[in-house]
Design a protein around this ligand. Structure first.
Ligand code: SAH
Length: 374
């Protein structure tokens, strides 16, 4: 039994069952025993590997996409560049390196990182020591200037509450105890939530619905900033436009586990409900695009070819396999999706497609990245 499991069991014995959201929060972010405060959680030797850790191409393409948006905003001389959950800071470093090929972009950027893990904050500090970086909480206290947001595999880490429909009422699924072991059960009393009201028409008794209050709150803050100051957000994660059922899963060393297996040593994640993010943001949103298509539109194949041309033959295999991992439907190409948020009456970020200007944006995205990557 892990130390964290003992603490959680003790808490439930003292004050009763806890929500799945509280359980996730403790398991992921307990100040010393939580998953994101352990050693080496990300990367080939960790529990999971993310796109920026697979290849520099991912961050470079995203960096140029953001630089294009800055150009579209008429190159403001100050803007906030905000990353949620920057992990090992690899993505931010690649964004800044690629962005430095666009004159004035880096000079205008004020960098803000939203990171809850103190262990990862200090890793980010070391990695980004050449830059002036500010760490902030998710209340997003930043200057009132145009803002570009980026989040890769952040929203899937946010706690969710789960509700089950029974006799046409909603009951919360909670973590309680059976024979002093963690187990799932239903709340005794039915409950309500504004987001549950619209879910009756699409569900039947027995169905489970997930709601992330943190995701709703954060997307509202992002939307408010974008609508008032201008800017955009690129949100990349796995999930779907709309989710129904339980998507909570535990992962350790790239393998699936029981959610009660070694609390704090195992990653817990949920599929992202992109519709909830888009609609709660209150700003304009792009069509949900698969990661493979998004990166292709922005010229990742050109970038891969360019890297091949400039590298030694012994590195060719890894460049080709990284390109495949990021874009192929059998790998991360379709599982991961990209959502663009932007101010009403503005353009969607290059590579994403608005509901009205399909062809113009596909073409523009390609052009920008081809030119800038030369
Ligand atoms: N974006 C990185 C890391 C993804 S892992 C990459 O693509 O490699 C999730 C990241 O979000 C970690 O940095 C984790 O510590 C952070 N995180 C998780 N929950 C958070 C929360 N509630 N608030 C702030 N950061 C959080």
């Amino acid at each position: 039994m892990t130390k964290l499991e003992e603490l959680i069991i003790h808490r439930i014995q003292e004050t009763g069952p806890i929500s799945i959201a509280t359980y996730m929060q403790e398991c992921l972010l307990h100040p010393s025993l939580g998953f994101y405060n352990q050693k080496d959680v990300l990367g080939p030797d960790g529990s999971f590997i993310t796109s920026p850790e697979i290849s520099q191409m991912f961050g470079e393409i995203l960096g140029l996409c953001l630089a294009q948006y800055w150009i579209d905003l008429n190159r403001p001389d100050r803007f906030a560049l905000v990353e949620f959950g920057p992990g090992k800071a690899t993505l931010m470093l690649d964004i800044l390196r690629a962005g430095s090929s666009v004159k004035g972009f880096i000079e205008a950027a004020e960098i803000f990182l939203v990171e809850a893990s103190s262990k990862l904050r200090s890793e980010q500090k070391t990695k980004l020591s050449k830059f002036n970086v500010n760490w902030i909480d998710d209340d997003l206290l930043i200057p009132k200037i145009p803002t570009l947001f980026i989040a890769n595999e952040f929203f899937d880490a946010l706690p969710v509450n789960q509700y089950q429909r029974k006799n046409n009422l909603w009951y919360e699924i909670q973590v309680g105890l059976k024979n002093n072991q963690l187990t799932l059960g239903l709340s005794h009393r039915p409950t309500t939530h504004p987001e549950l009201e619209g879910r009756f028409s699409e569900s039947m008794n027995g169905d489970i619905v997930e709601i992330s209050n943190d995701a709703i709150r954060i997307s509202k803050s992002i939307g408010e900033i974008i609508n008032n100051q201008g800017g955009c957000a690129l949100i990349i994660d796995y999930g779907d436009w709309h989710s129904l059922g339980s998507t909570l899963q535990a992962l350790k060393s790239h393998k699936s586990k029981n959610i009660f297996d070694k609390p704090g040593k195992v990653d817990l994640t949920c599929h992202v409900d992109f519709e909830a993010l888009a609609k709660n943001s209150g700003c304009a949103y792009s069509r949900l695009t698969t990661q493979g298509v998004f990166l292709e539109r922005l010229g990742i194949s050109d970038r891969a070819n360019q890297l091949l041309k400039n590298s030694k033959p012994k590195n060719h295999k890894s460049i080709i396999s990284a390109h495949r991992r990021l874009t192929h439907p059998d790998e991360m190409g379709t599982l991961f999706k990209v959502l663009g948020l932007y101010a009403r009456n503005e353009s969607s970020p290059a590579g994403s497609v608005s509901y009205t200007h399909l062809r113009a944006h596909e073409t523009r995205g390609n052009l920008v990245c081809r030119l800038l990557l030369e």
